[in-house]
Design a protein around this ligand. Structure first.
Ligand code: ADP
Ligand code: MG
Length: 346
């Protein structure tokens, strides 16, 4: 179900891209074009690149994605994350990439007051999000899982990681962002000047479109998956959304529950936000913040943006109102009747 939804998301961005392609101008495009469809990190990925030897470069990119999946996977035997989670309180050595992602995630966890917490895995398991057998956990089970959550207990020294026994880490909220940064780095390294990277709805564009115009990225309407709530036109940026429609279920009580969890109580973050999109140049930061700001709620997310900057954001609330930061004013397009408000710095 999730995969199907993700695939639709992907298709959706791809369709937008194709529409955007129609306005090619007279400039002769000499680049070669290549595509890659990859299933990795439990999601469909699609990359389109333009440049000499784009085909060969995409093969290198694909290998890199698969190697990152191997180290970040929670379930794959002997992945870095698996090794940390099965160390029974002992210290283990992991790769430079894992250390780098862990350090960044812990930094954002600190800055967001724990809204992002990479040790939530037992809680996600209690809700069944890790197995797709979703259900409301019983009170006791949830309390037990929540007692194991505390990113402050993850200790890192050089390439060594130590976590308490029974604690489990999961990089699900940040791994795709880091991966898109890596993909873009490789593309740059091989002189690719134009590319669209879509890792299951995490979009990262490199340069402009081959005709020199800006990429158009549609932000999904959380209330209607066939529509966009707005379209942003940009170059060289990551556009990453966390939404309550991605992985969710309706329980016996008739209520909807989703996969973005508030670490303070172990329940899906339910504060009026239905989606947060973060736009910036650092994919990992955008990915981490899209999850963390979703948890913080509109007011505290705005405050965070005002104090930290370095990114733009679009928040959609459950009353279908859209808040967007002032840096997007020139490049965001809405349907005329969308209720919206521009956010300014204090
Ligand atoms: P998606 O993976 O659907 O694109 P996100 O980037 O928002 O969405 O990541 C959500 C994933 O991160 C969840 O599937 C879960 O594994 C994990 N997660 C959920 N809530 C949190 C949280 N508060 N902090 C860290 N990780 C979280
Ligand atoms: Mg995220």
């Amino acid at each position: 179900m999730k995969n199907q939804k993700t695939f639709l998301n992907l298709l959706f961005v791809a369709v937008l891209f194709l529409c955007g392609c129609k306005n090619t101008n007279e400039r002769t495009v000499v680049q070669t074009e290549a595509y890659a469809d990859i299933f990795a990190m439990d999601t469909y990925m699609y990359i389109r690149a333009y440049g000499e030897n784009a085909d060969t470069v995409l093969k290198i990119v694909e290998e890199r994605i698969l190697s990152l999946e191997k180290i970040f996977s929670v379930t794959e035997l002997n992945s870095d994350v698996w090794t940390v989670n099965h160390a029974d309180g002992e210290t283990v050595e992991v790769s430079d990439e894992t250390i780098s992602v862990l350090r960044s995630a812990l930094d954002i966890a600190n800055k967001t007051g724990g809204a992002l917490d990479i040790t939530l895995y037992p809680v996600l398991t209690a809700w069944g999000f890790t197995t797709e057998k979703t259900h409301i956990p019983d009170e006791f089970e949830l309390a037990e899982a929540l007692a194991l959550v505390d990113f402050g207990k993850v200790k890192i020294e050089n390439n060594s990681v130590t976590i308490p026994e029974k604690m489990n880490i999961d990089l699900g909220a940040v791994a795709k962002g880091y991966t898109s940064d890596e993909v873009v780095n490789i593309l740059h390294e091989y002189q690719i000047e134009s590319a669209l990277v879509n890792l299951g709805g995490n979009v990262h564009v490199l340069g402009t479109k081959p005709d020199g115009s800006l990429w158009k990225v549609g932000i999904r309407d959380p209330f209607d998956s066939s529509k966009t709530v707005c379209i942003v036109e940009l170059s060289d940026a990551a556009v990453i959304t966390s939404g309550n429609y991605e992985r969710c279920f309706t329980a016996e009580d008739g209520k909807k529950y989703w996969h973005i969890i508030d670490p303070s109580d172990g329940f899906p973050a339910n504060n009026g936000i239905v989606s947060v999109t973060v736009i910036g140049t650092d994919g990992l930061l955008c990915d981490a913040l899209s999850t963390a700001l979703f948890v913080l709620g509109t007011e505290r997310a705005i405050e965070y943006w005002q104090n930290n900057g370095e990114f733009e954001m679009i928040i959609v609330t459950d009353d279908a109102k859209v808040y967007y930061t002032e840096g997007l004013e020139e490049c965001i397009n809405f349907e005329a009747d969308t209720e919206r408000e521009v956010l300014h710095r204090e």
